[in-house]
Ligand binder design. Structure first.
Ligand code: NAP
Length: 325
């Protein structure tokens, strides 16, 4: 089969398209013909070699995607060949990741693709939608009518969070950094879209969120830039969930006290298969009801994985990026 492999950590040029042996499903595993693989920012951190847990090269990157079951290992009863599925490997990277024509997953990390959903859209469920769900529903635990700020709402996780928050009946503010991104934020259900590139955008958010009370929940995609300011902005008793951060930052802990605020972290790969199954069950219901519709901003052929890695880190995010083998 053809797959992208990384032989040494480095810039996007280390993503090489190669012919490699097709992996077979072991006991309790399924073999999946990958029709679309998710490109997530974490794939670039791992490729670079700048991440906590790193696979040993050579490895095939990518942890989520969608496709059809092509083979069954011993003891697999839940699936049959031809089933349409999406998957989210529980490990980050490994010898057989998703950037390939064929992937192998434990049967418990594979989920049925809703009938009306295409493979590219399915590849957005594994990491971005589940992360948005874990942050909003499991960590922040919204109450009816609360105000949510999705800080970084134009990308894969952000668009998922917007749709999810609207589906759950919340009032939603989203930020983006480009005119197209702002249009996308509005189109995905935000009651208000503001640019995180404009000087006074924080005042706009504060004013819109109950005339100065501030958002009850902030889902934060770039905590190293925004966390201290989020503490100024959040409502009393509010919850900030750190989803993304690309460096260190300084905060004033007094602001946490003064606001009776809570700061949570979320890391999708810490969740058990049982916890993930519960998340995907609710997400599947949202897809079937038409409330959750992944936005695919860009599709790249497998051979252009390096371009996809440049794109996922470029400003001006527009939904999800996928690789199509
Ligand atoms: P993405 O599609 O590349 O989106 C990145 C988002 O961050 C865009 O909406 C971008 O907006 C926004 N952004 C840029 N500058 C910002 C600023 N100053 N303030 C607020 N937002 C800003 O990435 P993604 O897949 O949505 O992932 C988002 C982050 O979450 C990444 O850091 C990723 O590593 C992390 N993540 C964490 C987990 C976890 O388990 N903790 C899981 C998945 C992802 P513009 O481009 O419009 O400026």
């Amino acid at each position: 089969m053809r797959a992208i492999r990384v032989h040494q950590f480095g810039d996007p040029s280390v993503l090489r398209l190669e012919e490699v042996p097709t992996p077979e499903a072991g006991a309790g595993q399924v073999q999946i013909r990958v029709q679309a693989a998710g490109v997530n920012p974490v794939d670039t951190y791992i490729r670079n070699g700048r991440y906590g847990a790193l696979p040993t090269p050579p490895f095939i990157p990518g942890s989520d995607g969608a496709g059809t079951i092509a083979g069954l290992g011993a003891g697999v009863t839940r699936w049959k060949v031809g089933d349409r599925v999406f998957f989210h490997g529980t490990t980050l990277g490994g010898p057989y990741g998703a950037y390939a024509e064929v992937a192998v997953c434990d049967q418990d990390t594979v989920y049925r693709l809703p009938a009306k959903m295409g493979f590219a859209e399915g590849a957005a469920l594994g990491v971005p939608y589940a992360t948005a769900y874990q942050a909003l529903m499991v960590k922040a635990r919204p109450k009816p009518n609360e105000i949510v700020l999705v800080h970084g709402a134009s990308g894969g996780v952000g668009t998922a969070a917007l749709q999810l928050a609207r589906w759950k009946g919340l009032r939603v503010i989203g930020t983006a950094g480009s005119p197209d991104g702002l249009e996308l934020v509005k189109a995905n259900g935000a009651h208000l879209a503001v640019s995180h590139k404009e000087a006074l955008y924080v005042d706009q958010i504060r004013e819109a969120a109950d005339h100065g009370r501030g958002p009850d929940i902030i889902l934060e995609m770039l905590a190293n830039v925004n966390l201290d300011q989020d503490l100024d902005l959040v409502a009393r008793g509010g919850r900030i969930v750190v989803i993304g951060s690309r460096g260190r930052t300084e905060i004033d802990p007094r602001k946490i006290m003064a606001k009776d605020a809570s700061i949570f972290g979320v890391f999708l790969w810490n969740q058990s298969n049982e916890e993930l199954a519960a998340i995907y069950a609710d997400l599947t219901a949202g897809v079937e009801q038409g409330a959750l519709v992944p936005v695919i901003g860009q599709e790249f052929p497998l051979a252009e994985a390096s371009r996809a890695h440049d794109a996922v880190l470029a400003p001006g995010a527009y939904g999800k990026i996928v690789l199509v083998p």
